[in-house]
Design a protein around this ligand. Structure first.
Ligand SMILES: Cc1cc2nc3c(=O)[nH]c(=O)nc-3n(C[C@H](O)[C@H](O)[C@H](O)COP(=O)(O)OP(=O)(O)OC[C@H]3O[C@@H](n4cnc5c(N)ncnc54)[C@H](O)[C@@H]3O)c2cc1C
Length: 456
């Protein structure tokens, strides 16, 4: 029996493994898919490389940078200055919208400025994203960007979404910024958390996973789909019949799935939570073309309903290694809530997104060399009021059972690759500290009987 079992070999699970190795702690790592990577898998086909939508490394933690250097090598990355824009009212404006109104119809500019001046600053502590926008940006920016765009990316009622996630994701603005941006069409380098990013020179985002995996002391046990966990006996069951005992469990499985498969003792009843955590799914439509596309952007946001997708990205502008010579490639994304959406509607949306992309790019089917549709089942978790009220208590109760539920879906949050690294590192440090605090006699006992495993 290994001291620690890690479930899921996405970046969070791999970071946990890497840091447990560094602390000399034994572990085994299990993954349901045929290879590691989770959301960071790249699909290679016909000379193209498609990630599961744009995955760009925003690096501002020196520890993460050192990790990338040690595992992959910084020389393997391009460092790219973001070029992004918003398309609305038939106009391409620079990102972020709240600083770049230049070129939009006068009425739109007037509504945004008036709304900002009259914004609802009296709302003390907004409890919904809708009110948060009214407080910080006003009704005009809400109407022309924030409400429409976020409704598209979340597929959820913004009056039921808590603003807890906004933080670093939404750059603030000032009247001065807004007015300058009405006259001046300038990109604003340095604005926002994603103003520059690292991207692998070759191999797509999955190349980082391949490098990290090659540095681990333990092999990844692929095609091991966890189907049940008994936290009292400390046993994980897999659908292939395998079972594994553990002392401490690190789970990066989506929390809604984890809760559904835990056979929790009667005093820790997770049943009322099952089905309460809401997430959306994203469809990622990738298309290759045999012709240039005269846009220098990495991605463009589409807040208007006329476009089924909320964003289009341009693979060839990120790295020419992702496309065959003299070709280009584009990805579109739209979201939906699976439990509320008929699969036929998803198929129709794919067709519409595909044809609207061609129309926007002024291309036709003869230019298209390939179309590859990828599905992200868990994409954005919804910060609804239930999550705000109950999430921490769920995570605490799991910890009390010696189950650390971490990562983007394990901890049910919006988080980046850098945070996946940080989550894995933090849990390894916590386990190390607990082991060090464990009196040697108890450690010896822990090897004999499962009760002592509580020390881990
Ligand atoms: C649309 C979108 C765009 C994004 N863009 C960016 C970006 O540009 N930059 C950025 O930094 N971050 C981005 N992210 C976030 C980034 O993808 C995540 O932070 C990171 O990949 C999370 O890694 P993880 O290991 O926590 O989760 P995952 O990658 O989901 O890994 C979980 C693993 O658990 C496995 N698993 C699940 N169930 C089981 C089971 N029953 N048994 C065994 N294994 C199981 C899965 O197969 C998977 O391998 C984006 C996310 C989305 C959805």
């Amino acid at each position: 029996m290994a001291d620690v079992i890690i479930l899921g070999a996405g970046l969070t699970g791999l970071s946990a493994a890497y840091h447990l190795d560094a602390h000399g702690i034994q572990y085994r790592i299990f993954e349901k898919s045929d290879r590691a990577g989770g959301l960071l898998k790249s699909v290679k086909t016909d000379g193209y490389t498609f990630d599961h939508t744009g995955h760009f490394l925003h690096v501002n933690d020196d520890g993460f940078k050192a990790f990338l250097d040690n595992t992959i090598g910084l020389a393997s990355f391009d460092v790219i200055q973001r070029q992004s824009a918003i398309f609305s009212h038939n106009t391409l404006t620079e990102y972020p919208f709240q600083m770049n109104l230049h070129g939009l119809p006068t009425q739109v500019i007037a509504e945004c400025i008036e709304g900002f001046v009259k914004r609802h600053t009296r709302i003390r502590s907004p409890q919904t994203f809708y009110d948060w926008v009214l407080k910080h940006f006003g009704s005009g920016f809400g109407k022309h960007f924030f409400f429409s765009y976020n409704k598209k990316i979340l597929s959820y009622d913004l009056k039921k979404v808590h603003p807890a996630w906004t933080g670093r994701f939404v750059p603030s603005t000032t009247l001065n910024n807004i007015i300058e941006g009405c006259f001046d069409k300038t990109t604003r380098p340095g604005v926002g958390y994603n103003s520059s990013f690292f991207y692998p020179k070759r191999g797509g985002i999955e190349s980082i996973i391949t490098s990290i995996t090659s540095k681990l002391a333990q092999p990844i046990q692929t095609q091991h789909d966890v189907c049940a966990i008994d936290p009292t006996a400390r046993i994980v069951y897999f659908s292939n019949g395998h079972q594994e005992s553990y002392k401490t469990l690190i789970s990066t499985l989506p929390l809604d799935r984890l809760l559904a498969i835990i056979k929790a003792p009667a005093q820790v009843n997770f049943a009322p939570a099952i089905g309460k955590l809401v997430h959306n799914s994203v469809v990622n439509i990738n298309m290759g073309f045999n012709t240039p596309i005269p846009l220098n952007k990495h991605w463009i946001y589409f807040p208007e309903k006329a476009f089924p997708f909320y964003r289009l990205g341009f693979w060839h502008n990120v790295s020419t290694s992702l496309v065959p010579a003299n070709h280009t490639a584009v990805y579109g994304e739209f979201s939906y809530i699976a439990s509320r959406t008929n699969p036929d509607r998803v198929k129709r949306l794919i067709d519409q997104a595909s044809s609207k992309t061609l129309a926007f790019l002024q291309l036709n089917h003869q230019h298209k060399t390939i179309e590859k549709v990828l599905h992200l089942d868990h994409a954005y978790v919804i910060y609804d009021t239930w999550r705000e009220k109950h999430l921490q208590s769920l995570l605490d109760r799991l910890q009390a059972l010696n189950i650390h539920s971490i990562g983007r879906y394990g901890a049910w949050k919006y988080s980046s690759m850098q945070e996946a690294y940080q989550d894995g590192k933090a849990v390894a440090a916590l386990i190390k500290t607990r082991l060090e605090r464990t009196p040697p006699r108890a450690q010896k006992g822990a090897r004999r009987g499962r009760d002592a495993a509580a020390f881990l």
